[in-house]
Design a protein around this ligand. Sequence first.
Ligand code: DPP
Ligand code: ZN
Length: 875
Amino acid sequence: PREIHRLDYRPPTFWVDSVALEFDLGEEGTVVTARLSLRRNDEVAEGPLELDGEELETLSVAVDGRVLGQGEYTIEGERLTIPDLPARCELETKVRIHPESNTQLSGLYLSSGNFCTQCEAEGFRRITWFLDRPDVMATYTVAIRADKQRYPVLLSNGNRVGERDLGDGRHEVRWEDPFVKPSYLFALVAGQLASHAGDFTTVSGRTVRCEIWVEAHNLDKCDHALRSLQAAMRWDEEQFGREYDLDLYMIVAVDDFNMGAMENKGLNIFNSKFVLARPDTATDDDYEGVEGVVAHEYFHNWTGNRVTCRDWFQLTLKEGLTVFRDQRFSADMGSEPVKRIEDVAMLRLRQYAEDAGPMAHPIRPESYISMDNFYTATVYEKGSEVIRMVDTLLGRDGFRRGMDLYFERHDGQAVTCDDFRAAMADANGRDLAQFERWYTQAGTPRLVATGRFDAAAGTYSLTLRQECPTGQREEDFRALHMPIRMGLIGPDGADQPLGFEGEAAAGAPTERVLELTEREQTFVFAGLTAEPVPSLARGLSAPVLLELEEDEQRLAFRLAHDSDAFNRWDAGQRLFGAAILAGAAALARGDEFQVSKGLVEAFRAVVTDPSLDGSMRSLAMALPSELELAQRMEIVDPDALHRARRAVRRALAEGTRTELAALWERAKPSGAYSNDRASIDRRREANVALAYLSCLESPEWTAAVAAHFDGADNMTDSQAALATLCQLDVPDRQRALEAFYAKWKGDPLVLDKWFTLQATSVLPGAPTRVAALAHHPDFTWRNPNRVRSVVGAFAMANHSGFHSADGSGYTLVADAVIELQGANPQLASRLAGSFNHYKRYDQHRQQAMRGALERIAAVDGLSKDVYEIVHRALA
Ligand code: DPP
Ligand code: ZN
């Protein structure tokens, strides 16, 4: 497979001004006619026209109405070349494609018998010959012809401009999208669908019709998606002055989808997981997921569609920015600190791990074999952190000025990350040249902090030193421009005024943003009467690993007093994490270990703190996961880690059983379900309290969990209770699983939960149970959600099970990759990433994982997606 490099970018030899597409949809083959208005790119005066195509049966090629003969063009592999073309011409191609056997779910394919498309990143070339690159932007008109009975609904981008009966049982619908767009934003849907609709009146008074298209039996699960869309439209007007530009906005839910959702112009196509929600089928977290993803795809209309990427290396231009926008939206809809904690927890779990492994790449990668492999936590989540730092450096108003200039300069264009940075800098008269290093350097920088209090002088010197990320070369690391939001906490728990030496202390702020630009910088604060406790990188103001020596006492102090909600939570995570890691080390040596009294007291304070809302409390009570803690072990010992975490959990539960029981009593369900914030908060703290109490393995609390399951009138409680039972070796587990299955076997999304809860059970024999799940009649390799709910969940969220000492977890996942790699390379390569960190495990496991990777690498005709992941890991 060929590697593509960022610096090799060349503009295309031709532009496409407009595209007219005709689809004759059929059960056995679909014919696509494409007419492209071509115009030679003056910047590139020479060179043939080169079009991309994949798995196309070419029926004819014509230029300006004349059919070309064999010698007038060449097709070699995935490239169609026409040497001699006039500066302006119309090219017509006719191809046959086979959506009915497209298992890759890229291009045009069938999901539940309906046609749908996925073109990002390079799926459009699987539909027709095209300059399938994002810098080629054109207007599109589309005619769709299909059987009237089977495909009554025919959708594409833009506005519906015509419809006619073709007489032979078929009909035709025509669509027109007036905005130029790259091919990856093309979409088509055809099938039996119904819509839940509502209106949105824009700030300038236009009415936009919003339609959520689903299979008819799901119509009662669309209201939350519709409301989320309307809220997102309003928010983008208020926060960024961005108004929606078409009269119609459609979202279609499909069951078979490789990703979460896709922002196609005017016609989003979604994994049904991020559309369908009803209280009895979706959890509170699912509701938030729907709201966030609907908003994300909507926000792309400006950051992604109106202004798009010049080439795929710039992906973070639209994704980092749009994730930042959806995170801010969700914070505004709910709780800012809760949202921030959830986002950082995910960043540390997935992105920091990626940064420390073989797939480490800058948010703007330098090369790829398959672009599909670079829809990563780094491009998305770290990309969002980088945008967040710009926001922190420029301030809310400065950031808005930068955004306005960005749209003013680049509306209708395909641009680069440098263009974005230039708009931010120019709008604010700031120099963001050094800031570019966030786009060129891979890895998570370490930030080592040391403090020195001089009692006589009343000063506190804080030294911050940037260290090269793990896995990167020292000589490549250059100091980054980063904002560090911080405070100094006094002995009474209050933030101290932060007067710099030489400044008047009176009136100084109690929180500052320090701007780091050098490898090492020292800041001296004056006017202090007692040694303060520093609270650094509040809200994780920069995506770094903060290294600061803090003992149990100091962490407990910050957990109790830090005025920054995020840093309070973070102090707790450090405290619990350190205890578990110390325990794991002791167990690995064969020693006993005891949970300290101080730890139990800190936990008790969290359980009982009246100032915490339920969501915050549940986050503060959660122990860091095994997967996250594994990142911090020299050589990962999954068994010791698992036993230590369990022991800490149990000790905390035993030490605070009275308070936990009181919390459960106060917060447990009473009265009918409601989805207001207070009820969501209560459900969260009730469920986390009950999960702790279940660790006591007492008949009383096991019965309480079973009763909670039986009495649940909503999926949040039902799933939480079943999740808890799945970790217990009790008869109620099997009974509850059977009851859940009987009730929900007809609902694929709920059934996914049923599979996941079993795949993530840590009871002994996990690999055997997961193998059995993969043979369950409801399991299928063809549905990505189902595969992820079993194999994905096992590999990514069942650390002790996946790393079972006998290697059977590895065999299972490698078999799945091999099974899938031909049919669905994108899905297979995600699963192949499960082995990325094998070098961090003990010799025995390393060998077993390496063996699994080598077995995958040896597959004949391995897809390039999987090839890239496996070969990077083995390198
Ligand atoms: N562009 C999509 C998204 O992230 C991914 N296919 O919204
Ligand atoms: Zn996106």
